[in-house]
Ligand binder design. Structure first.
Ligand SMILES: [Fe+2]
Length: 307
């Protein structure tokens, strides 16, 4: 995997999209200019069927990362090792660059809230969730990325900011970070903090991926709906994140009101333009892609010449 040496030794995939069933056929037929895809792990944790078949065929052409929504690593319910077993088997099948889930809880006592609930930012919660992340990493046999969620409530018990909590969890569990730029923007608006304070407190060497997404204003809250194009305010924050962290693999999450693929590709080019404007040198990944194209076209030319 190419590595971007500009800031850290983090691997760099370029610019990706969430793989959605609405686009399976177009992706296979047209092989669009997407550097990589992120899949929702739970959609493919089955033994067979059409989605898995599409996944296998698309994986032949694109690097992938895996993103989960139901590990519930912040819950006090026991870790679900049946779930982890299925996750590990999908990891072995897909061979993703990495896998991730959210720094949150999704239920307790057998109740699934089907929502990503924020955690109380306490010392006790840090130790609890860091221990669980360590258990998952030991079981899977590799480091994982944890993602910051957006939130609409806070806990009276919290003893620190969200960014101090995330930083401490990542260091204690020795895990990596998926920074959702839209979620930082949403939470900063809802809880009235400076998103740049958040960004600059996160350990750069642990940040392997950015998420970008659209949101919705509802009364005096912003809701993380993933059903709109990325807002200009989030593009501005992304621009600052790239300046601060350097090249980080970035993708767009679109989960509702899903447009035709060309619309997302156009948005992805906008993202690429914002990020690459900060670098005079092409990324290692772009250089390798260019070399590969040259080799392929040379091979074609050689084949056409008589022996
Ligand atoms: Fe996200």
């Amino acid at each position: 995997m190419p590595v971007d040496k500009q800031n850290t030794n983090r691997p760099y995939l370029g610019f990706g999209l969430g793989l959605r069933k609405e686009h399976y056929e177009t992706v296979l037929a047209e092989k669009p200019r997407v550097d990589w895809f992120e899949i929702i792990s739970e959609n493919y944790m089955v033994d067979g069927g059409k989605p898995l078949d599409y996944l296998t065929r698309i994986r032949e052409h694109y690097p992938m990362v895996m993103h989960g929504v139901s590990m519930s690593m912040g819950s006090t319910a026991p870790l679900d090792f049946d779930y982890l077993k299925q996750l590990k088997s999908l990891i072995n099948r897909v061979e993703p660059a990495w896998f991730s889930d959210h720094l949150c809880w999704t239920g307790v006592d057998g109740i699934n809230l089907h929502d990503l609930m924020p955690m109380p930012y306490t010392e006790e919660a840090i130790q609890h969730v860091a221990d669980r992340i360590s258990q998952v990493q030991d079981y899977i046999g590799r480091q994982m990325l944890v993602e910051n969620v957006s939130s609409y409530v806070t806990y009276n018990d919290s003893q620190m900011s969200e960014w101090e909590f995330l930083r401490e969890v990542s260091e204690r569990a020795d895990c990596l970070i998926l920074l959702d730029i839209n979620n930082i923007y949403v939470s900063a608006y809802n809880h009235n903090f400076d998103p740049l304070t958040y960004l600059t407190a996160i350990p750069s060497e642990r940040v392997y991926q950015f998420h970008l997404a659209g949101h919705t204003h509802e009364n005096n809250l912003i809701i993380d709906t993933h059903d709109h194009p990325i807002a200009d305010t989030v593009f501005d924050l992304y621009d600052k994140a790239v300046q601060h962290f350097g090249r980080v693999s970035t993708m767009i999450e679109r989960d509702d009101n899903i447009p035709p693929l060309p619309e997302l590709l156009e948005e992805l080019e906008q993202v690429r333009g914002i990020a690459e404007a900060h670098f005079s040198e092409p990324s290692v990944k772009d250089q390798l892609d260019k070399n590969l194209t040259l080799i392929q076209s040379n091979n074609k030319t050689n084949k056409m010449q008589p022996a």
